[in-house]
Design a protein around this ligand. Structure first.
Ligand SMILES: Cc1cc2nc3c(=O)[nH]c(=O)nc-3n(C[C@H](O)[C@H](O)[C@H](O)COP(=O)(O)OP(=O)(O)OC[C@H]3O[C@@H](n4cnc5c(N)ncnc54)[C@H](O)[C@@H]3O)c2cc1C
Length: 309
């Protein structure tokens, strides 16, 4: 089977989710090619074990994200039966556009992949897992942090193609803005604040911890609804984003069922809440019963020490 992976970029280098896509592809076996839009991260992609070919597709259209321009530029180089993207906002849009242009079916946000091919994904806010039998060819977007990343040590050939002449150039700012902060849906560590933070300015304490440990900052719906300074893009939960990080830190969040729907599949959950009866402690692996004012400075100090070791 030929598998084509569309790489994901972050700040002009390869996003770690790309190695997870290779890990997912390797789990079913086949010839794996990676297409790097704009050529971003091609040398890093070539070093991922299991990758046999990297196609660095370059051109003016990749200066800023435009789904139509990117997919038009990329599709001619896809010869796989199976196309994998991440399930970031860009990854989902790209998988849909590629599937439409190639006439493939598409399944979004899968969390497992078996030879055959059957895939699964969570539905109804994570309350049920849907198994889907798909036939090749098809396109799949893969949820970040659900597959083991492939190791380094590869040495794939890189071919570079320039498509400047053939595609349109689009507007720049959207992508640059999106890249400013890690997105909660893709980060490996997420620290979220709730109404218990008391005031939106207090989220600066969460950003300080996040900067220390490379985390994304999220929020409960009460926080985003109450304070306009906290954007809805940060909301985790049933009507917000679903996250599956290795570590989720909930600060001043009670743990309403709708919030749990978006974060309970995190690998480890640390809850900080001054109310020992808060439902969040029911799903937490670790709990600190204290105010955030007391516990966040201590947590930050502790994490700084760990990170500098
Ligand atoms: C249809 C529907 C969809 C919804 N979707 C979502 C969703 O996607 N995401 C979501 O989050 N919610 C969602 N909600 C809202 C949800 O029901 C809760 O209202 C919301 O999650 C509560 O947010 P919170 O935990 O921040 O606030 P609260 O429930 O008010 O909890 C605040 C917590 O902070 C603690 N606290 C207070 N002060 C401190 C302090 N100084 N230090 C430490 N802890 C402190 C309190 O003990 C309390 O537990 C939805 C609701 C509905 C009806």
């Amino acid at each position: 089977m030929d598998i084509t992976i569309i790489s994901e970029a972050s700040n002009e280098s390869l996003h770690p989710v790309t190695a997870q896509l290779v890990g997912a592809a390797s789990s079913i076996g086949g010839q794996i090619s990676v297409i790097c839009p704009g050529g971003v991260g091609s040398p890093e992609a070539a070093k991922i074990s299991g990758v046999s070919k990297v196609i660095s597709v370059e051109g003016d259209c990749f200066d800023s994200y435009d789904c139509m321009a990117w997919s038009n530029a990329i599709v001619p180089f896809i010869d796989g039966d199976l196309v994998l993207t991440s399930s970031s906002a860009i990854g989902r849009e790209m998988s849909s556009a590629i599937a439409a242009k190639k006439g493939f079916p598409v399944v979004q946000d899968i969390t497992s992949l078996n030879d055959g091919i059957s895939v699964s994904r969570s539905i109804f806010s994570g309350k049920a897992i849907e198994e889907v039998e798909v036939s090749l060819p098809c396109a799949l977007s893969v949820r970040a942090n659900t597959f083991q990343p492939a190791e380094g040590g590869g040495n794939a050939e890189i071919s570079t193609v320039n498509v400047s002449e053939e595609v349109s150039v689009a507007v720049k700012e959207a992508l640059a803005k999106a890249g400013e902060r890690l997105d909660v849906a893709e980060a490996d560590i997420v620290i979220s604040g709730g109404r218990g933070m008391g005031d939106p300015s207090n989220f600066s304490h969460l950003y300080e911890v996040a900067d220390e440990i490379g985390a994304a900052v999220g929020a409960s719906r009460a926080a985003v609804d109450t304070w306009e300074e906290i954007p809805h893009s940060m909301q985790v939960g049933q009507t917000g984003k679903t996250v599956t990080p290795s570590l989720y830190i909930a600060v001043g969040i009670s743990g309403a069922i709708q919030h749990l729907a978006g974060m309970r599949s995190s690998k480890y959950i640390l809850a900080i809440n001054k109310d020992p009866e808060a439902p969040i402690f029911g799903v937490a692996d670790y709990g600190i019963v204290a105010s955030w004012e007391e516990s966040i400075p201590a947590l930050k100090e502790h994490l700084s020490a760990i990170m500098s070791d």
